[in-house]
Design a protein around this ligand. Structure first.
Ligand code: ZN
Length: 495
């Protein structure tokens, strides 16, 4: 299907972007996400006071992009070079917090209820989404109640799993800086604060130049736009699904699944899990597993903790519920594979650039300019080239802006990369079949344990990070201050 996105050619060469930043002016992305996600249909942006962002221009002949600052409050220069962009990309000047909503794409077809997916051997037949009634599930975007029969059963399942759950109290709100003893306790192995991983965590792909493509927080209104681009390029991804969004968009979840993408769990209401009680964690994970099973007929055996907030208590509960944790690549205390990159008022910290996250979700809130996201992407590429293994990058499909930067810039650039990347879902980059991502069709070993085995193989070098001077580094003011800051913004940012 032809894209409805306006056709604008943007040929980019190395350029510098100067944008005004006023990080103090922003609204909670979480609150806005919930607001946006609950609307019945896309509408004009409701942004009321976004960061002042500049206009930009594209000069076709020279292929340069210039951005004029419109704010005198904090300025930063962002540079990046893209090997390729999508000819139908939305211009960068438009990808801002206060942009008007662009058309969403209809799904190309609605699957027939009862059909059996043919791409997974032994897959259960597809449930009828018309039977999915939100009233049969917990309130969206709230921690589910703990007194339901379902939660009681899942608690019993955890108790019967044979996996010991560490007797840790939940962490205090405010992150590492408000949990200084816990933050560096090796028994906790709190990834957010120290980068600590275990041999159960999946944080990278084993093969160099292999990219575990992941999109979190959806499905959302613009997921069909992303799916269309992925189809056109024959790319498959892992979608870490929020249960509240699945119950809102069951047909989109089926489209992801039938598109042979991997479906995995990202909790019911997107809470920082180390702050929750055991029962609350069980309820968050259990309801998300259940709604995915009810919509797709299969149950994921991988999960990603919101914000990457995981410690040994959260790990144990996840594993006891049959799910292996998947985080994202992190090469040092200040280096993860996230295109996010930056937190409010933390421009000097550059917190996440070396972490493999792009900050794409922060465009919607006005916290991060799209130019910064692309600079983060360039930093990720540079980091990836130094690794002797593959990587996992955190991106998002909940917001229009995140999808636009993915389909217009990041993915086209990745496809033009030399040497070529092998872009695939996490389960595939680990050397398994797509059916191995689900408890009912996993052929490698029983339950989700195969993913754990592969994770162990895939994260050996990360274990070396944990045992390296990085471990002592995290006890310093840097890690407490930086990660504490990051965790302090858990309520504001959307991983
Ligand atoms: Zn998330």
């Amino acid at each position: 299907m032809k894209s409805l996105i306006p056709s604008v050619v943007a040929v980019l060469t190395p350029v510098a972007f100067v944008v005004g930043q006023n990080a103090g002016e922003h609204h909670s992305p979480l609150r806005r996400a919930q607001h946006h996600a609950r609307q019945d249909a896309p509408s004009a942006s409701t942004s009321t006071s976004p960061v002042a962002l500049p206009t930009s221009s594209v000069s076709g002949a020279s292929g340069t992009v210039s951005v004029a600052p419109t704010s005198t409050v904090d300025t930063a220069v962002y540079t990046f070079s893209l090997a390729a962009t999508n000819p139908t990309a939305v211009p960068l000047s438009i990808i801002t917090a206060n942009q008007a909503s662009s058309p969403t794409l209809p799904l190309s077809s609605t699957p027939a209820a009862g059909a059996s997916p043919t791409f997974i051997s032994g897959a259960p037949s597809l449930p009828n989404v018309s039977t999915i009634q939100p009233t049969n599930y917990p309130t969206m975007d709230r921690i589910p109640p703990l007194d339901s029969a379902e939660v009681q059963q899942w608690k019993q399942d955890v108790a019967n799993s044979g996996i010991s759950i560490p007797d840790f109290q939940p962490t205090n709100p405010g992150g590492c800086v408000n949990n200084t003893a816990i933050a560096t306790d090796p028994a906790r192995c709190w990834w957010s604060c120290t980068g600590c991983v275990t041999d159960k965590d999946i944080t990278q792909c084993p093969d160099k130049n292999s990219w575990g493509l992941t999109y979190d927080d959806g499905p959302g209104y613009y997921t069909p736009n992303l799916l269309q681009y992925l189809d056109e390029k024959d790319l498959k991804s892992t979608f870490f699904v929020v249960g509240s969004r699945a119950i809102q968009f069951p047909s989109l979840l089926q489209a992801e699944y039938l598109g042979q993408h991997q479906i995995a769990v990202h909790t019911w209401s997107h809470q920082p899990l180390t702050q929750l009680t055991n029962d609350e964690i069980i309820a968050e994970l259990g309801w998300t597993k259940k709604v995915i099973k009810d919509i797709l007929g299969i149950t994921p055996n991988m999960m990603r903790p919101p914000f990457g907030d995981i410690d040994n208590r959260v790990r144990a509960i996840s594993l006891a519920m049959g799910m292996t944790p998947v985080i994202w690549t992190r090469t040092s205390a200040t280096s993860t594979f996230d295109t996010d990159g930056e937190f409010p008022s933390a421009s000097s910290l550059r917190l996440c650039s070396p972490f493999f996250i792009t900050a794409d979700f922060n465009i919607h809130s006005g916290v991060t300019p799209v130019q910064k996201v692309l600079q983060n992407w360039q930093t990720i590429l540079a980091s990836a080239s130094t690794l002797d293994h593959g990587f996992i990058v955190l991106e998002h499909d909940l917001f229009q802006e995140s999808v636009e930067v993915a389909t217009g810039y990041i993915l086209p650039d990745a496809l033009a990369h030399n040497p070529p990347f092998k872009i695939q879902p996490v389960v595939s980059c680990l050397g398994m079949q797509i059916g191995d991502a689900y408890i009912e069709t996993n052929k490698t070993t029983a339950g989700g344990s195969s993913a754990s085995t592969s994770a162990g193989d895939a994260t050996k070098s990360n274990n070396s990070i944990r045992q390296s001077p990085f471990e002592s580094l995290v006890a310093t003011t840097l890690i407490v201050g930086v990660s504490g800051f990051a965790l302090g913004f858990f309520a504001l940012t959307r991983f």
